[in-house]
Design a protein around this ligand. Structure first.
Ligand code: SF4
Length: 724
């Protein structure tokens, strides 16, 4: 199909500085964990987006000098010839598809940790980092400020050697230039501090020097948090934010404004999780920029709908649609709009698992797009699948995230697939999750896969069909993949004690698993949630029940509820929400027993109650510390069990017991994917279903094939090779 003319504006070219971009789809800078160190991954990941139609594509933040690193998390760098070679490969991969290549020159001032380079960072005023524990910055004098600006200029020159088209002097998210601009961070009394003009001086001079050095070849872009969402202490849109844009505009320094909000310590205000922020949530702060900027303006806002994008441009909010997460979730989003295939867009769900992996020092993954960051090392393409000649038939049991993804990929590869689901609809646990407070966008996991399965003539979906082992064996499939999911432990089992909690039984009225809560089990007024899981389920139960007027407490062994949400950027607003809704928490605490009755007595113990000194003379059978015994009892009408998930693997075990029948029934293999093999994050379950389908002809698809690793091989300088 041709594209709908109402989307034509998204495909109009636009000029900024010496460059013209072919359309209005622009991947703003975002991390993927490849940096300059994994050039294959970097180029293939972003090159795929160029192939998918994004007109401009940027690196992640790119360090200008040894003075700024974020180890163990990986950023790009432009420090030396090696970086030039590696990032040139990225530029070539983008130019191949007529996309512009952008680089975000970065120094994070006092906030960098420099755990790798061990260099003291500079910042306008000496302070400890508000992001990295134990880091103090150096306060540069005016001569050292000029050296800092030279670092930007020299790295910009190296960017030109790579072939970059757009060079950023990056100032969003509380990095060095905006630390100078901010009256909160900048307490200087020289010409770089005090008045607004003085605080703006460092950034303006730096842009000017970079423009003078490379502006004839590259467009000069500035990424600015026009409002730091700190109130009057920080940069505000109506004050220094717009004021800085006016100053730079008067001097004609900037070719392209890339506008967002937030500081790094709370950058979930920018990369807003869908739990708290919907698409275009930044507009109240960013929409005023176009009235003062005389050059094109980019806005972000997790735009996945082309109608929203058209509205942003036609309403005068921005000229270019910036996307980080939408481009990760679907690198081919522009092409799908162009080809009139909107139903094929794999929309981002705003979960921020992509962010969480980088924050934990690991390469990016995506819940919706299992191919993200696998383009190079596994050789996968998000829209192309190896076809199998004489593909046989496959029975996939269970249509949750892993099963529906597995069936989709097997179908795309040419297999004759039957996807059989016990419930009335596909979706598995996501059908519950999307009803948790603020998590409606998780329904996109299922709706995307439903739409894709509907298109595949060689995939049949059968619902309301529960298969036992005999039914699987006699189904007539050549191979079987079980994707039967997981369930919450009914007895309070967790890794803390590796046992159930005495007195707990989810079959009794006063106890409930999250599945039972969502199925409508009666919940009393005083609710205690036992959360050893640490992600969204416990706090979602808490919010949902608090919204029903119940008195809710969370007991967790972690210091705080839901520590994984620190990495997904949800934690700050999560804790505000819990405070506002009166949800109490007992951190560093677990449960010795629950005494059932009309009121459940929940006996809590502090995880640090044992003595801190070890015994001097160890004896077999005796504790090595003075054993603590104190407990605190709280009363509950209902106890919710978010203690551990367990694989639903009874069907597999039953089939394994009958394994001599597999050959008799001409079944070549029975495998497990997703939670039924091991419970995991939804994105990892989808990945598992995808991977097994990609590698279905391998000797044992249950085991992942080796992948290509990018690392230095001692004594060799050739490109790294696959491990097998
Ligand atoms: Fe979107 Fe989640 Fe994928 Fe990130 S991980 S791009 S937030 S779907």
């Amino acid at each position: 199909m041709a594209r709908d003319p109402k989307y034509d504006i998204l495909f109009e070219p636009i000029q900024f500085g010496p460059k013209t971009m072919k359309n209005r789809f622009y991947q703003v800078p975002h991390c993927n964990g490849a940096g300059s160190e994994r050039p294959g991954t970097q180029a293939a990941f972003r090159g795929t987006k160029a192939e998918g139609g994004w007109g401009g594509i940027c690196t992640e933040a790119c360090s200008i000098d040894y003075e700024a690193d974020t180890a163990p998390s990986v950023l790009a760098s432009l420090w030396d010839e090696g970086d030039i070679i590696n990032l040139r490969h990225l530029c070539d991969s983008l130019h191949k598809w007529d996309a512009l290549a952008g680089v975000e020159l970065w120094h994070m001032g006092s906030a960098v940790a420099n755990l790798d380079t061990r260099t003291a960072p500079s910042s306008p005023t000496q302070s400890t980092s508000d992001w990295s524990i134990g880091t103090y910055s150096h306060e540069p004098d005016e001569a050292e400020i000029i050296e800092l600006q030279e670092m930007y200029v020299e790295s910009a020159k190296r960017a030109v050697q790579c072939g970059f088209d757009i060079v950023y002097v990056y100032g969003s998210h509380g990095v060095l230039p905006v630390q100078f601009l901010s009256r909160f961070y900048n307490k200087r009394t020289d010409k770089y501090g005090g008045s607004f003009e003085n605080r703006a001086r460092f950034w303006l001079e730096t842009i000017e020097k970079v423009k003078e050095a490379v502006g004839h070849e590259c467009a000069i872009a500035v990424r600015i948090s026009v409002d730091q969402i700190m109130g009057p202490e920080g940069v505000q849109a109506e004050d220094d934010g717009i004021g800085f844009i006016e100053l730079a505009t008067r001097r004609g320094l900037v070719d392209l404004w890339d506008v967002n909000v937030s500081t790094f310590s709370e950058w979930g205000e920018d990369a807003g999780p869908s739990r708290f922020y919907k698409a275009n949530h930044q507009a109240p702060f960013t929409r005023h920029v176009k009235s003062v900027a005389k050059v094109p303006v980019i806005n972000v806002g997790r735009f996945t709908s082309p109608d929203d994008m058209v509205h942003v441009i036609n309403s005068g909010q921005a000229d270019i649609i910036g996307g980080a997460r939408p481009s990760i979730s679907d690198p081919f989003l522009p092409k799908k709009v162009e080809e009139g295939r909107l139903e094929d867009i794999r929309e981002c769900i705003g979960c921020n698992i992509c962010v969480s992996r980088w924050e934990r020092g690991a390469p990016l993954v995506c819940t919706q797009n299992p191919v993200a960051n696998e383009e190079y090392r596994r050789g996968w393409h998000p829209e192309e699948f190896d076809q199998v000649e004489d593909a046989g038939s496959v029975l996939v049991v269970g249509a949750g995230p892993a099963g529906s993804e597995c069936a989709r990929v097997l179908g795309r590869r040419g297999y004759d697939v039957h996807l059989v689901e016990a419930e009335a609809e596909i979706g598995g646990h996501v059908r519950d999750v999307m009803r948790y407070p603020g998590m409606a966008e998780w329904s996109r996991i299922t709706s995307y896969r439903q739409a894709q399965l509907d298109k595949l003539g060689n995939v049949e979906v059968h619902t309301n069909a529960r298969l036992d082992a005999e039914a699987v064996l006699t189904y007539g499939a050549d191979k079987v993949v079980l994707c039967t999911g997981s369930r919450w432990a009914a007895d309070g089992f967790s890794h803390i004690t590796m046992a159930g909690i005495p007195g707990i039984d989810a079959a009794a009225p006063h106890f409930a698993t999250p599945d039972q809560v969502m199925a409508g089990k009666d919940i009393g007024e005083r609710v205690v949630i036992l959360d050893a899981d640490g992600y969204f389920t416990g706090v979602s139960m808490a919010e949902m029940l608090a919204d029903q007027g119940k008195q809710v407490s969370i007991v967790t062994q972690f210091a705080d509820a839901a520590p994984l949400m620190e990495y997904t950027l949800e934690a700050p607003n999560l804790h505000r929400m819990m405070h506002e809704k009166g949800i109490a928490q007992y951190g560093g605490t677990w449960v010795e027993e629950c005494e059932p009755g009309n009121v459940v007595k929940v006996r809590l113990f502090n995880l640090s109650r044992d003595g801190y000194k070890r015994t001097v003379e160890p004896r077999p059978g005796e504790p090595v510390r003075k054993a603590g015994s104190e407990t605190t009892t709280i009363d509950a009408d209902s106890v919710i069990l978010v203690t551990a998930r367990l694989s639903n693997n009874a069907l597999y075990r039953s089939l394994w017991e009958r394994r001599e029948r597999w050959a008799e029934e001409e079944i070549a293999g029975i495998y497990q994917a997703g939670d039924c093999y091991a419970p995991r994050l939804t994105g990892d379950a989808i990945f598992d279903g995808h991977r097994i389908a990609r590698e279905f002809e391998s000797k044992n698809p249950q085991r992942p094939l080796p992948y290509r690793r990018e690392r230095m091989i001692w004594g060799r300088d050739e490109e790294p090779l696959a491990a097998n």
